[in-house]
Design a protein around this ligand. Structure first.
Ligand code: 13P
Length: 252
């Protein structure tokens, strides 16, 4: 991890959690964070939208920030079932994940759609976490760096800066599978992302690039030690405070 970039350890709860089960987990996370009055990293939980308001109020005054998992590109309008970035902000969110591979796959979100959502997040005053990552077929076809270049160049919001945008590299084949790339593979992709950012924005050296995909307590330290890895985007291991905390502990 770099000294110039403050790490971010983010939990993506995906479509998991009810008030009854999520409340004690967030309370436990807030309690553990409270034992570190001067944390050296940012801590974020992105619950399902139904839990945002509740989780924001539980986390209030703590180091734990709350974010959304997706947003619509428009501010408001006739889009049944959708949620705007402004609504997330209104509920107390500070970040919004966009372009997660599950949304790219399940909802056919193209780079252009992801870019529009990232721009909506910035418009609302949220920090956009833009996800990129190759599939197994792309990796085996030696296309990883080309796919990443295409996604980074075409999904990032106009006006991206180190303070309003975070990139998350999540190889699709590593998500929820227990498989992770080698530290060398992660280093190669993160260096490539940073090179791409260098040609797109002025303060690219300060942009945080997270790794995501089967991060857990047992592999977090090794992954977080990789050059240009500035934190983690964690799925399954973020659902329980007892599993998430060892990952946070690598940087707090
Ligand atoms: P897992 O940590 O469950 O592999 O999920 C990663 C992810 O998709 C986070 O956004």
């Amino acid at each position: 991890m770099s000294k110039q970039r403050r790490p971010l350890i983010a939990g993506n709860w995906k479509m998991n959690g009810l008030v009854g089960s999520a409340t004690p987990e967030l309370q436990e996370l807030v309690k553990r964070a409270g034992d570190h009055p001067d944390p050296k990293c940012d801590i974020l939980i992105c619950p399902p939208a139904t839990l945002l308001y509740e989780m924001v109020s539980l986390a209030e005054g703590s180091a734990v920030k709350i974010g959304g998992q997706n947003c619509h590109a428009n501010e408001s309008g006739a889009h049944t079932g959708d949620i705007s970035a402004e609504m997330l902000k209104d509920a107390g969110a500070e970040y919004c994940i966009v372009g997660h591979s599950e949304r790219r796959a399940d909802h056919g979100e193209s780079n252009a759609v992801v870019k529009a959502k990232a721009e909506a997040a910035l418009r609302a005053g949220l920090i956009a976490i833009v996800c990129v990552g190759e599939t197994l077929v792309e990796r085996e076809g030696d296309k990883t760096l080309d796919v990443i270049s295409d996604q980074v160049r075409n999904s990032l919001p106009g006006g991206a800066t180190a303070s309003n945008t975070v990139i998350a590299y999540e190889p699709v084949w590593a998500i929820g599978t227990g498989k992770t790339p080698t530290p060398e593979n992660v280093a190669d992709v993160h260096a490539h992302i940073r090179k791409e950012l260098g040609s797109m924005m002025g303060d690219s050296d300060s942009v945080r690039v997270l790794y995501g995909g089967s991060v857990k307590g047992s592999n977090a330290a090794e992954l977080m030690a990789v050059e240009n890895v500035d934190g983690a985007l964690v799925g399954g291991a973020s659902l329980k405070a007892v599993d998430f905390w060892p990952i946070v502990s690598t940087c707090i």
